[in-house]
Structure formats: C-alpha cells, structure tokens
Design a binder for this molecule. Sequence first.
Ligand code: GAR
Length: 224
Amino acid sequence: MNQNQRAMVVLISGSGTNLQAIINGVESGAIPGRIAAVLSNKTNVKGLERAEEHGIPTIVLDHKAYDSRESFDQAMIDAIDEHNPNLVVLAGFMRILTEEFVNHYAGKLINIHPSLLPKFKGLNTHQRALDEGEAIHGCSVHYVTFELDGGPIIGQRSVAIETNDTADLLAARVQKEEHILYPLACKLIMEGRLSLEKDGPHLDGNLLPATGQDFSQLEQWEEF
Ligand code: GAR
C-alpha cells in the first residue's frame, strides 16, 4: 500500500455496508486514496470484520469506557490523527459528536443520512417518510457541522415511494442508493473536485445548490 496516497478514516457502529461500498471503490481504483483505518465504537460488529478481511487496520473505542462525551471524542481525535487523514467518513456512526470534534475536522468530515435532507433529520427516517405520505425519499451526503444532520449538503439520490411500501422495504431501496452515493462523494473529495468553501460545497469549481447535486440519474458512479 502506498503510504503517500491521500487517506481516509472511516467511522462505523454496525454492519458497515457503506464501508464495504467505499472499500470496493478503493480496491477498484475508482477512489484515489486509501482507507488508513476503520474506527468503531462497538466491538464485534460486522463492519470490523469487513475491514479485517480487506487488511485495513481497525480501532475499537468503546464509548461506555469513557466518563464523558468529551473524553471519548478526544480519544477518537487522538486515534484518528495518528493516520493524518484528508477525509473522515461517518458511515453509520451512531454517536452525537462534540463541537470540539466537529470543529477539529471542519471541512473534512462527512456523513451519510437516510433521507432527503433537510427533511427527516434524526432517526426512523423511513417510517416518518411513509407516515408523512411522501412520494419521494432517499439519502444525502453532507459535511458535518455541530447542527445534527444539518451541515452543507453535497449530494442526494432519491427513490419513489410505492403504495405497499414498508419501512424495511424502503430502507433496503435507499441503502442501494447510499452504496452509489457515498463512494462517489469520497471519490470526488479525494480527487480534489469537491470541497467545502466559505459559501458552501463546490463541485468542479461551482457552488452547489442548497440540497447538493442530484445524482439520482447516475448509473455508473465510477465514471462521474
Ligand atoms: C445507513 O443507512 C446510514 O444512512 C445510517 O446508518 C446506516 C448504516 O448502515 N446513518 C444514519 O442514520 C446517521 N444518522 P451501514 O452500517 O450498513 O453502512
């Protein structure tokens, strides 16, 4: 592995299907960079197995072993910074972050969220979209700020809600879209085509709209 390549650290709490999509993107050469480490706040999760299977160093920091959110986040900063990442990727990392953590990685911390933000911040997004009678739902990638699920949006992919949809069916369809959207966002950032500027995210030198780039029509994300 070329240690001079730009580096990502990926944070997970669970199954890591988005992590897997990013690993696939790196291994195929579509994402120019390496995953320097995967950090989990939970032991024995599938995402850690995925990292190990692909020879990626893992870090487990159990948040329950820390007496405050601040001390846990500081331990994460210390562990992440050993890898000097260009990008920190939250991939199903289910912890609220301190302002200090978010500020420390300002402009290089991204998250994927299972809704078309700014709609349905927080949890149970699929059921809430059904309950509200939405026609369209989806996922968003955004830069992380201290406002929960509220940072500048990079891009989205949408799915149509069908008459007999359940939260589980909808979640599965949205996750398929996440697995296209998230590696694409990582690729664009690692290529230097996407960045957070003072007025918002820029793609290829152009300021993106408030809901980011609509990547819904894209089939071959690797070629974008
Ligand atoms: C993903 O669906 C992601 O959108 C969601 O957690 C799941 C993780 O799945 N994230 C959030 O809800 C963050 N607010 P994965 O571990 O299989 O990638």
